[in-house]
Design a protein around this ligand. Structure first.
Ligand SMILES: C[S@@+](CC[C@H](N)C(=O)[O-])C[C@H]1O[C@@H](n2cnc3c(N)ncnc32)[C@H](O)[C@@H]1O
Length: 201
């Protein structure tokens, strides 16, 4: 399960080194939650979980979503490969940090607990090999929110460019077809983006 920051002694792969460097060098990231989380909170999350629940913030970065949920009565496990990002997430969480467990982990090696989370958030992180883990780690009735770049992003500046990091058309719909799809769209407004909200039955 989650290892604490201080206990983490996993060999440092390039992925970790490059994210650490990014977080060290760039100006503080916005702590505004993504609009998909805000709208889904009103439309799906709060109606289903009026008293909060347990959430997994996959590749949670500097904690913009973990903090936002913790302020709304959620317990959050934030997992990210970058100890620099996670240290910033802890600081950014302020008093809400008490409701967040911070883990420095490579998600490709993470032991996802089964049938555990009420909510799984995946924002701007794409690792197809662990798609099944997102489904397994949800409790029945739990929600998956997924948002990241599509191949359409190639038409715009910024963001990832390697196909490994870009979704194919309808890819999230197909990958999570075992879930009940509550919301899905692909947009090309300044960025190529796919957004999914789905429920485990
Ligand atoms: C674009 S950022 C998104 C951060 C956050 N989800 C958000 O939307 O604010 C991608 C994040 O994925 C993390 N990451 C990349 N590879 C990872 C891996 N193998 N395991 C865990 N986290 C990883 C990076 O450290 C980084 O924080």
């Amino acid at each position: 399960m989650l290892r604490r920051v201080a206990e983490d002694n996993v060999r440092m792969p390039d992925e970790r080194a490059s994210w650490n460097q990014r977080y060290r060098e760039r100006s503080p990231s916005s702590l505004e939650p993504d609009p998909l989380l805000v709208t889904s909170y009103e439309e799906f999350i709060q109606p289903l979980f009026p008293h909060g629940g347990i959430a997994l913030d996959v590749a949670g970065g500097v904690g913009r979503h973990g903090r936002w949920l913790a302020e709304r009565n959620w317990k959050v496990d934030l997992v990210d490969i970058s100890e620099v990002g996670v240290a910033q997430a802890k600081q950014n969480a302020g008093r809400s940090a008490a409701h967040i467990r911070f883990g420095v982990e490579d998600l490709k090696k993470f032991s996802f607990p089964q049938n555990h989370y009420d909510l799984v958030l995946v924002f701007f992180y794409l690792e197809r090999t662990i798609f099944p883990d997102f489904v397994r780690t949800l409790r029945p009735g739990g929600l998956l929110l997924y948002k990241t770049y599509t191949r359409q992003q190639g038409k715009f500046g910024g963001g990832p460019s390697h196909p490994l990091h870009l979704l194919k058309p309808n890819e999230l719909l197909e990958a999570f077809s075992a879930l009940e799809i509550l919301f899905y769209r692909e947009t090309i407004r300044q960025r190529g983006i796919a957004e999914l909200v789905a429920k485990k039955s």
